[in-house]
Ligand binder design. Sequence first.
Ligand SMILES: Nc1ncnc2c1ncn2[C@@H]1O[C@H](COP(=O)(O)OP(=O)(O)OC[C@H]2O[C@H](OP(=O)(O)O)[C@H](O)[C@@H]2O)[C@@H](O)[C@H]1O
Length: 275
Amino acid sequence: MAIISEEIGDIFSAPPKSILIHACNARGAWGSGVAVAFKQKYPYAFRKYNARCLSPPTGSKISIKQHQANVVGTTLLIPPPKATNQRQVSKTPHYIACLFTSLDYGKRVSPPEEILKNTGNALKDLAKQVAEIRELREEMGNCHAVRINSGRFGVDWQKTKAVLQGGDLDITVVRPEGEDKADEAGGKLEQPPAKGEKAKGKTLPTGINTRGCNGRASIRASAESSFEKQMRGVKRKVGKDPDDGDEHREDMQGQALARTHPGIAKRRKKMDLDR
Ligand SMILES: Nc1ncnc2c1ncn2[C@@H]1O[C@H](COP(=O)(O)OP(=O)(O)OC[C@H]2O[C@H](OP(=O)(O)O)[C@H](O)[C@@H]2O)[C@@H](O)[C@H]1O
């Protein structure tokens, strides 16, 4: 049984080479919650995540929807970029673990039972990859996570925590200040704003984070009303990463995609423009 310890703080202050864990949809969007902060701080990681969601394996003839369904229950573990200078090393020193726990997001987010099952599978996949990297004696720190699935995905945190405890990885769960109080009151505070995101200063009504569909839909509706606004800000902030050696390869994939899968290429292009 894994040790899941909890503390208040900022996940992005974890020591260099730590593994930062967050939950993702398989559609290629980091549109709200802590994902927005990940996108701002690790733009290269967003590009890799987005490419994983929108690019079926080379040579595969499966549809993009089938590919995304296959991705659910796995983890994309993104290593820190191979830095060409010291400044870049200290700016982005973390492994980013994207746990695909829901196929979709918004009103189509997967039901809690599915999210929990996917979380267990994704966790196993992560544990396997971590073991492989450690075997190669690559420098790798400990696991840090936010309270995954408990925000936009609307799953009771204690249920996700039980799944993490049943896994093989010890994890330090970092939560923003104020989150506990909301839990004790039976309600849920508005997500803390990501850097550059305007604070809304509003508290969701007590009980909105109850685990039913309506609770999730309400959270989503609230999140989506400011979605476009958020993304406009993020688009301006997500810059090119000088150490993103794979960017060219991904662009080339895009060109090849336009020939072989015009529909997918169009969708990728739209994502790039929107975000
Ligand atoms: N800036 C910040 N710093 C530190 N902690 C922060 C934070 N913002 C929120 N938290 C906390 O982080 C935990 C998880 O809450 P989240 O709502 O983020 O994630 P989740 O795992 O429920 O859902 C995943 C989907 O949410 C996204 O949005 P989209 O679907 O794209 O729209 C993704 O893309 C996925 O798909 C909660 O404890 C929040 O208090």
